[in-house]
Design a protein. Structure first.
Length: 340
């Protein structure tokens, strides 16, 4: 069967342009791949165009708008997911316009489809009290409990993204002073993050217990499941949810979040640093943000910092030197006569 122009361009986009020229992460490529899987399903089910017959000539800006509406109405995706799918389509057509200049106008029309405004929710994070109660839950008398405690403590102390935690190898941990962990973030950018003494002790005990300090294990996953494979995102989320549920049962009077996902732990670390007075630039470097503007979301969410700033700028306008007006009998009499 003859290859279509759409098929050839999409293959080059996913297998060559994104990994080789853009150097994007594997997760980003998977996200873009999933977007076009949905596009192919939409054209097949809704427009009766099979994937092997789909060409650029059959893809118009109206079809992409219908696809986005289909995602929301039929697939029930959130506005965030809808915008992520559109971002992938924009990126693909930005690449396509240089590969196929004959459809430049249609590419630009599709790239002109706007993102949908979304409601910005208040950022959730754990209080120091909530975090302490969750860290108390793993049973350190058991091997799995010691592993889970070390995993949660490392996730919090490093402020890492969940994929960065999953990708950790034994070689990435430095236990000698200064104790650090090397994280590999988006775009394969590496950063060294200092870890506190208690986290270092937990890691050293855990690694020694699981023979991860022996030669030959430098490339072994730091945290792994019963099959000795790296944890998955759902696996780590399951661990966090498990101990959140236990903490809610043992401390029913405390206000815990409804759910506990790995990124909420990252938010928690950033907010705790901010509350402790750590400079925003240091927090940016710790989290691996490219721009400090991204880190400023924590500053906007930190009501405690706002309250302290307002208190420091507040001028106490009520002093003992100002007379109490209701002691002025002439004024009282005037007001009584005025209101008759």
């Amino acid at each position: 069967m003859k290859q279509t122009d759409f098929a050839r361009t999409l293959t080059r986009f996913l297998s060559d342009y994104l990994p080789s020229q853009r150097n994007v992460s594997t997760n980003t490529i998977k996200s873009y791949r999933d977007t076009f899987k949905q596009v192919l399903i939409f054209f097949d089910l809704e427009l009766n165009i099979k994937p092997e017959r789909l060409t650029f000539e059959k893809i118009k800006v109206e079809n992409i708008r219908e696809f986005l509406l289909w995602l929301e109405k039929k697939r029930k995706v959130s506005i965030n997911t809808r915008n992520q799918r559109l971002a992938a389509i924009h990126s693909f057509y930005r690449y396509t316009q240089s590969e196929h200049p004959e459809i430049l106008l249609e590419c630009q029309r599709i790239m002109g489809i706007p993102f949908k405004k979304r409601e910005i929710k208040t950022m959730e994070f754990l209080s120091h009290e909530c975090l302490r109660y969750i860290l108390e839950q793993p049973d350190t008398g058991k091997r799995r409990g010691r592993r889970d405690l070390t995993l949660i403590a490392t996730l919090y102390d490093t402020g890492s993204r969940v994929q960065e935690l999953i990708n950790l190898k034994t070689r990435d941990v430095r236990l000698t002073k200064p104790a650090t962990i090397t994280l590999t973030g988006k775009g394969n950018k590496q950063r060294s993050v200092p870890i506190m003494e208690k986290t270092k002790e937990l890691l050293e005990t855990y690694m020694r217990e699981n023979n991860l300090l022996e030669n030959g294990n430098q490339d072994h996953p730091l945290f792994y499941n019963s099959n000795r494979r790296p944890f998955t995102r759902p696996g780590i989320t399951y661990i966090l949810e498990k101990y959140l549920k236990q903490a809610k049962q043992t401390h029913s009077g405390i206000l815990f979040p409804e759910r506990l996902h790995p990124h909420l732990v990252r938010h928690t670390k950033a907010m705790h640093l901010l509350e402790s007075g750590v400079n925003l630039i240091y927090i940016r470097d710790l989290l691996g943000h490219v721009n400090v503007t991204t880190t400023e979301i924590y500053l906007r969410a930190n009501t405690e910092t706002k309250r302290k700033a307002l208190e420091s700028a507040y001028m106490d306008v009520v002093t003992q030197d100002i007379p109490v007006w209701d002691e002025d009998t002439d004024l009282l009499n005037w007001l009584q006569d005025f209101c008759r």
